[in-house]
Design a protein around this ligand. Structure first.
Ligand code: ZN
Length: 295
């Protein structure tokens, strides 16, 4: 679409240092909100890191003030109406599909499908989180094997305001105790890094100034392990999570999520339940969460 204004041609920066690949979300002017351009770039960079035999560990982080404010629901780079010829999860193009089909097909591809691919990468991944990690931002952190958070990091999923039961990659009751997950979703409030650590959602909380050095030290330590040992260990634990119902639960809730999108479309003509970036920002400000979360 020629009318889309992209903030940058490189929505994800890629570099390697020793055995570590660093992926940096690079839309700092929009709190690293994720449009399709960024999502496909993340996928490409992760594939590149997997294909590079010198890379043992992958770190995902955000440029600027925040890790990620969520999916793009209102920047000039929002590109939901754009086709991507090189799709990744074998779904057909969502563009110009009628009714609820458009959002369903799009989200099978770019949200649920790609997040599952990323979770199953054969190399260890670490999310290095600072500032906001909201809604779609949670999905990126949660698909990583480990999360290292700065003491200024906070997490929230405020999409219940849109009538939607959480973001597409529904890992909430696996990341958090179910009762805490309900509180997290029912209120949409921020959960600070320290509380997230207490709940077992993040591995380490470190001072912001030490975030990169601590993450590097952890990644280097992991990189000393044999590649296949790491890959098999990751598969083992992911397999056990799936035996505990994670994958099946996510499939079921994805359909509730799309019932909610359809209900919004039918009742207020907007699959975000009548909310947009501006109204979400205002509502979240009252609840002290940052804007840009999406359903
Ligand atoms: Zn959705």
């Amino acid at each position: 679409m020629s009318d889309i204004h992209y903030e940058t041609d490189t929505p994800v920066l890629y570099e390697t240092r020793g055995a570590i690949a660093w992926l940096t979300l690079n839309r700092p002017g929009f709190a690293n909100s994720q449009n399709s351009q960024m999502t496909y770039a993340i996928d490409e960079c992760l594939q590149r890191a997997v294909n590079d035999d010198a890379v043992k560990v992958i770190v995902l982080r955000g440029a600027g003030k925040h890790f990620s404010g969520g999916h793009d629901i209102g920047t000039p780079g929002r590109d939901v109406a754009k086709s991507w010829p090189d799709r990744r999860t074998l779904w057909y193009d969502h563009v110009n599909k009628p009714g609820a089909e458009l959002a369903y097909v799009r989200e099978q591809e770019v949200y649920l499908g790609m997040c599952r691919r990323w979770r199953e990468l054969p190399k260890p991944t670490i999310a290095m989180v600072h500032g906001a990690c909201i809604a779609g931002g949670l999905m990126l952190a949660w698909v990583c094997d480990l999360i290292v958070a700065a003491d200024d990091a906070y997490f929230a999923d405020p999409v219940v305001r849109m009538g939607i039961p959480g973001v597409e990659y529904f890992a909430h009751p696996y990341e958090l105790n179910p009762r805490i997950a309900k509180e997290f979703l029912f209120t949409g409030e921020r959960m600070g890094a320290e509380r997230a650590f207490q709940m077992g959602m993040v591995n380490r909380v470190v001072p912001r100034a030490e975030l990169e050095s601590s993450t590097t030290a952890l990644a280097e330590r992991i990189a000393e392990m044999p590649r296949l040992g790491l890959a098999l260990t990751k598969q083992a634990i992911n397999h056990v999570e799936d035996l505990q119902g994670k994958r099946a639960a996510m499939d079921a809730v994805f359909h509730m999520h799309h019932f909610a999108h359809a209900q919004g479309q039918l009742t207020v003509g907007n699959n975000l339940g009548g909310m947009d970036a501006k109204s979400m920002a205002a509502a979240n400000k009252a609840g002290e969460t940052e804007p840009k979360g999406e359903g």
